[in-house]
Design a protein around this ligand. Structure first.
Ligand code: LMR
Length: 338
């Protein structure tokens, strides 16, 4: 009896001893909703490798992909509560948190290409948007690309008129809601984890995503047509729980920031290629048609969707839109594009 109690006391003391404490790694739970073999999934893995190596085992990053731990809305609540420490939600998912400005990234045809998009995310505007997360107990560390979106359905979609009356799955963004209505379709907000089932059961008829998400969620099993509209962008903000991040020893935080920088370069290097490859794989699938709208059809998409920018000006902020337009224009001028 006496011996047992003594052993328990020794064990308890060991658990509190600085030597043992020092060996206990700091665990970063990184939850996300997409497959591991997507640009976001691969960049999360790269961050884990770099962070663990740089901190020599003092930090362990546990990744939970594919909504295994939390779905869209839940993961943001879990981060705020400290149940997970790191996420990379799409920029479309910050509206329900009260930060509507991020929905500017959903505005159709606002970003003509990745260079102008990066001029915004990597510049003053991108940084000031991330700072808006802080009062919510969140720190924004980086922007990661996915890509421009295609549209899928079970009928061929050449122009917006072909979407009329369809139930269209979107993320919980008011800009995407306005976009869908401008196309004459009916918006259905659905968690990413439930999109496949929604398309299968007919709760949704059509949807949008970059090709890599379409492929890795096997949406091609329940959609017969894809249209390469590239009408809007989908990217991510990598975010951490503020209290957790600020409680880290300064040297560890420094290493993690460096690992995040390198993982961000990697994410933005591979995203386009991953999506191009995914689209090629989809094109080779029997029973799946991939359609590229012609010039006049592209003009129809633009005509239908350009008014969304004006319509959403109040929601995302006219100053922000003006800044984005100025920065994207400058990026294009620097590139020599008229
Ligand atoms: C979606 O919900 O459609 C995507 O944003 C999922 C993701 O994180 O790429």
């Amino acid at each position: 009896m006496q011996g047992k109690r003594m052993r328990r006391l020794i064990l308890a003391a060991m658990m509190l001893s600085p030597a043992v404490y020092a060996q206990t790694p700091i665990v970063i739970k990184f939850s996300h909703v997409v497959a591991a073999d997507t640009p976001k999934g691969m960049a999360a893995e790269r961050f884990k490798q770099l962070a663990e190596k740089a901190t020599r085992g003092k930090v362990r990053v546990d990744i939970y992909p594919d909504s295994k731990l939390y779905k869209d809305r839940e993961e943001l609540e879990a981060l705020q509560l400290g149940a997970v420490q790191m996420l990379a939600p799409s920029l479309a998912k910050f509206g329900p948190l009260g930060i509507k400005e991020f929905e500017a990234f959903d505005i159709p045809f606002l970003f003509p290409d990745k260079q102008s998009l990066h001029a915004v995310t990597e510049g003053r505007t991108g940084r000031s948007l991330l700072r808006k997360l802080e009062p919510k107990g969140i720190i924004g560390l980086a922007y990661w690309d996915n890509g421009f979106k295609v549209i899928s359905a079970n009928r061929q979609i050449k122009t917006p008129a072909d979407l009329r009356g369809l139930k269209f799955r979107i993320q919980a963004s008011k800009v995407l809601d306005a976009q869908t209505r401008a196309l004459g379709a009916s918006p259905q907000v659905t968690n990413f984890a439930e999109v496949y089932q929604a398309l299968k059961t007919g709760a949704a008829d059509a949807t949008e995503n970059p090709p890599s998400n379409l492929l890795t969620q096997r949406m091609f099993e329940v959609q017969k047509h894809i249209t390469v509209t590239n009408h809007g962008y989908l990217g991510y903000a990598v975010i951490v729980n503020k209290k957790f991040w600020e409680s880290l020893p300064a040297d560890i935080r420094f290493e993690l920031e460096a690992a995040m920088k390198a993982a961000t370069r990697y994410a933005n290097d591979i995203a386009q290629q991953e999506n191009d490859q995914a689209l090629d794989t989809l094109k080779a699938m029997p029973g799946l048609q991939v359609y590229y709208p012609g010039k006049s059809e592209r003009a129809e998409w633009q005509r239908a969707l350009m008014p969304v920018q004006r319509e959403m000006e109040l929601r995302v902020g006219s100053d922000l839109l003006r800044d984005i337009n100025r920065e994207t224009l400058k990026a294009r001028e620097d590139k020599g594009v008229k």
